[in-house]
Design a protein around this ligand. Sequence first.
Ligand code: F6R
Length: 271
Amino acid sequence: MEVLILEDETAVAIQGAMLVVELIEKKSNAVLGLATGRTPIQLYSNLINYYKQGRISFEHIQTFNLDEYYGLSENHPSNFRQFMQRHLFDHIDIETTNTHLPNSNSNNPRLVGPAYEALIKASGGIDLQILGIGRNGHIGFNEPSSSLASRTRIKTLTNSTLQDNQLGSGKEELPDMAITMGIGTIMDARRVLLLAVGKNKATPVRNAVEGPISSMSPASALQAHQYVTVILDEDAASDLKLRDYYRWVHLKSEDIKAKYGNFYEIDLLER
Ligand code: F6R
């Protein structure tokens, strides 16, 4: 894992957006995996700015969101489709038909997962998956005890996730089930970008980066992915044992990249 520790939330969002911009500049029809929640909002507004400045276009980009509540209508203000419209899609030149979220209104939720997986596959697969992390270590809505090989499916949310989601949505009741990409689905992305900010993410981040790989800490599965970049502010990094080492590696790898380019990015384009 590449772990970048930056001074604050703004720096995390700038660095995260730069990785997306660099990908789009190299691959104008890239497939992006997107997250909702508080963490990526600033990253998305940076992307909107880069679009408005004419640096990037989303005309040929496809997106797949990690998850969607089960049972909320498509126009419901709290569903993730509406979140994405508000924070990104309404402000860029993306085709709505190229933006995908799991279908939250299917009569048979068990068919939604395989259909979503097939759509991701048909797109050529996700080039870059953006992730936040839950207080309980979840990625997507893969709650603790999720199979590390899981695929897109319906999932019951934990109390801590329900509480956190409720905070962001006012007073209304939100569904206690969601359809989420599985950990196996996330692991298929060519590159993964995990963002975390704030003190309440310090423990899940430590478990994800330095803990044992365990279904009790779903984000720890990313240790077995070959190309993960974790971008943290100082607070989210504060429990990491090796944080001085990660800073040192970051400096060294900037030198290497400046001299020789980024091996993995070359690999990404060739796939
Ligand atoms: C969102 C998602 C979740 C969030 C996580 C962190 O689509 O799948 O895993 O990324 O709950 O949420 P925030 O960013 O609100 O702390």
